[in-house]
Design a protein around this ligand. Structure first.
Ligand code: KIV
Length: 268
């Protein structure tokens, strides 16, 4: 019998309230879901990074709703005790709100506990509508991969005062609309820390330093399975680990103890 209790948002709020960092990894299939569950990961994200990781695409833009549903259902079948977030893919929520809600419902029916949408501004009213309908939402600010072309490539965000102010306003508006969690991607550590500390909800960072409420990495990056040069914020957890299971356990331990990320080596 699996000893982990069923995951709840309440448990994540408790972790955050007692200052315990939340350990998040992406996951795309049932086998890895079981590994991550047994290793004690707090949250799994079925990221649309599956476009690159599983499909060999250049970015997340080609990923379709049916593909997100397929991977979410696969992960859900291998999972027992981990909170499960599914990304809403590009094009699934940028149009009519009714369509966005119907798409979010499909991800929840596939086994997600929460959906993630990228961006601030116009997404605030969608987040409110989803939360009002009983669908927990995670926001995603800073570098938002679905806007890679609009942002001019994989660039660090929040570099000037105006950008920091926009981040602060967007983050507060998303929390006010009912988002229960945010992801901050690719921004200076000091900026992420200052905005995260002003919010009542946990912020999970990726390339955003150590001053936030948790960390997320793409699973295949931290297992050193990704071709080419890894982003600076990634650490290879297979180094010195005897197995994949051990590498994932060490990631959880290092996030919890604050050993990862090390702002001097993995921050901006
Ligand atoms: O799709 C994904 O893997 C993500 C993470 C980078 C946060 O959104």
């Amino acid at each position: 019998m699996n000893p982990r209790p069923r995951p709840t948002l309440h448990r994540l709020r408790q972790l955050h309230a007692r200052g315990e960092p939340i350990a998040v990894l992406t996951c795309y299939d049932a086998t890895f879901a079981r590994v991550l569950d047994e290793a004690g990961v707090d949250v799994m994200l079925v990221g649309d990074s599956l476009g690159m990781v599983c499909q060999g695409q250049a970015d997340t833009l080609p990923v379709q709703m049916q593909e997100m549903i397929y991977h979410t259902a696969s992960v859900a079948r291998g999972n027992h005790g981990v909170w499960l977030i599914a990304d809403m893919p590009f094009g699934s929520y940028q149009g009519q709100q009714d369509t966005a809600i119907a798409n979010a419902v499909q991800l929840m029916q596939a086994g997600a506990h929460m959906v993630k949408v990228e961006g601030g501004g116009w997404t605030v009213s969608l987040v409110r509508a989803l939360v009002e309908r009983g669908i927990p939402v995670c926001g995603h600010l800073g570098f938002t991969p679905q806007s890679v072309h609009a942002l001019g490539g994989y660039r660090i965000q929040g570099r000037d005062e105006e950008a920091v102010e926009r981040l602060r306003l967007d983050a507060a508006a998303l929390a006010d609309a009912g988002a229960a969690m945010l992801v901050f991607e690719l921004m200076p550590s000091a900026v992420a820390r200052s905005v995260a500390q002003s919010l009542p909800i946990p912020v999970i960072g990726i390339g955003a330093g150590s001053g936030v409420g948790g960390q997320v990495l793409v699973l295949h990056d931290m297992l050193n399975l990704t071709a080419g040069r890894l982003p600076r914020y990634v650490r290879d957890f297979t180094e010195g680990s005897a197995s994949i299971q051990a590498a994932v356990r060490r990631y959880v331990e290092d996030v919890k103890s604050g050993k990862f990320p090390d702002d001097t080596a993995h921050g901006y």
